[in-house]
Design a protein around this ligand. Structure first.
Ligand code: SF4
Ligand SMILES: [Zn+2]
Length: 141
C-alpha cells in the first residue's frame, strides 16, 4: 500500500500489514483512523515504519496513518510541532499557522505573518485601483 502511494520506500514494507488497505489507512474520520491504527498495532514492521515515517519531510509525508500515527501526530513529533511555511520558507510552530479544516493537520500551508502580508498587499492593490479609477473618471469628466 505504501509502495503504491509513495513509490520509493524501504524494503521492510514488503512485510507491511497495510498491504491492499490504502482506503482505510487514508481515513479522515475517527473510526477509520482507529481501524488503521489497529492494523499498525499488529504490523511486524511497526517500529521500523514509525522511525522511517518520522524522518519524512513534510511535503513527502502523506496524510494517512503511518507507523500507527496520524499525519498530525507525526508532525507534532517533529521538534515542537513545526512546519515550513510555503511562502517565507521559515520553519515555525504549528500555532503560527491559521486553521484550515482541509489543510494538512488542520492548518494552512502559509504562516500567519505571510498570510497577513498577502491580505494587506491585496487590500493596498484594491485601494490603489479605486484611486486610479477615481482619478481617471475625474480626468475624463
Ligand atoms: S506500521 Fe502501519 S503503516 Fe507502517 S507498514 Fe505497518 S501497517 Fe503499514
Ligand atoms: Zn511565512
Amino acid at each position: 500500500m505504501i509502495r503504491t502511494l509513495l513509490g520509493d520506500v524501504p524494503d521492510f514494507h514488503a512485510r507491511a500489514a497495510c498491504g491492499g488497505k490504502a482506503t482505510v489507512m487514508s481515513s479522515r474520520d475517527d473510526s477509520g483512523i482507529a481501524q488503521a491504527k489497529a492494523i499498525c498495532a499488529r504490523c511486524p514492521v511497526l517500529n521500523d515504519c514509525r522511525a522511517w515515517a518520522g524522518e519524512l519531510r513534510e511535503e513527502k509525508d502523506p496524510e494517512m496513518v503511518l507507523g500507527g500515527l496520524t499525519w498530525l501526530e507525526r508532525r507534532q513529533g517533529v521538534p515542537s510541532g513545526e512546519r515550513r511555511c510555503n511562502t517565507c520558507q521559515q520553519v515555525k510552530s504549528f500555532t503560527e499557522f491559521g486553521r484550515r479544516s482541509k489543510g494538512k493537520g488542520g492548518r494552512q500551508s502559509i504562516c500567519l505573518d505571510c498570510s497577513r502580508q498577502q491580505s494587506k498587499a491585496a487590500y493596498d492593490r484594491r485601494v490603489q485601483q479605486k484611486r486610479d479609477a477615481h482619478k481617471n473618471s475625474q480626468a475624463t469628466s
